[in-house]
Design a protein around this ligand. Sequence first.
Ligand code: ZN
Length: 326
Amino acid sequence: MHTGLFHEIDFEKDQKWSGHLGIPFSIDRSPYYQLKIPIFRIKNGAGPKLLLMAGNHGDEYEGELSLARLVRRLDPKRIKGRVTILPMANAPAVMAAKRCSPLDGGNLNRAFPGDPSGTPTSRLAHFLETELFARHDVVFDIHSGGTSMEHLPTALVERNTDPERHKRGVELMRALGMPYGFIADNGPASPTSMGAARRAGSIGISGEFGGGGTTTPESMAFTTRAIDSLMMTLGITTAPLLGEHAAPEGPTELLSLARHSQGIFATRRGWWEPAVELGARVTAGDLAGWCHNLDRLTEVEERLHFAEGGVVISCRLHTIPAIGSA
Ligand SMILES: [Zn+2]
């Protein structure tokens, strides 16, 4: 009664179903409290099996709002196969407008493979990896920069040592229609949803669709187009459900993010002033920005430079970084 995760999902019935994942977690105000995470299933016969999730990080709204709209619009008669939707996977984080859960500090996308007798976030991760992801061909986990970061619209996939599955993952990543994409090398023990999906025998894809703890018409257009494109590529739908989308401006440009030297990390407290815009193309040695010291107004600001060339894919939004912040 006091561990694990429970649900009443009927995985075989053709229907549109809504319910919750329940996680018992005793708290001050409710000794028998159960964390309730909304989940939706739409099934119509045999066919592709897709899991869509957002709110893995609570303050990333592009996917949360798009999937909530999709839940309202999906009709079993208009699909082939099955779609499972978690619009707010880490529900306490979503409700608190935070990246991590206020219940246990859990960062779901660093919690896989989880633990069935651990914290609520850890139990959720364990259920997703060992039970839910394994029932789907593809897991699409929608992210963005959240409150602390702005991010170029970028699709993501992790490297898979199985060449056929890796090829399919890259194909599906490209099918999202994003301007940029990259293949991450997070290793076999990756704590992300993509790593969990891979270990479960599914194909995990993801992406960063905006940021700043808000949405824009542009970030929502990228998000809704990616969801519709994926469902149509898999053969679940034959027409877009979330809007009429403009065609991508070109094929996805593949980038590489594999070394810590591609980022700039604070080594002391300061006040950050960027010298470049998101999306800028830079070369090694270019000025990235200045770190001011408002505790010592006479101290000359420190100049920080890029160690490597490339495209600026994300920028910090909070001016005051803690030591270690990117
Ligand atoms: Zn995220």
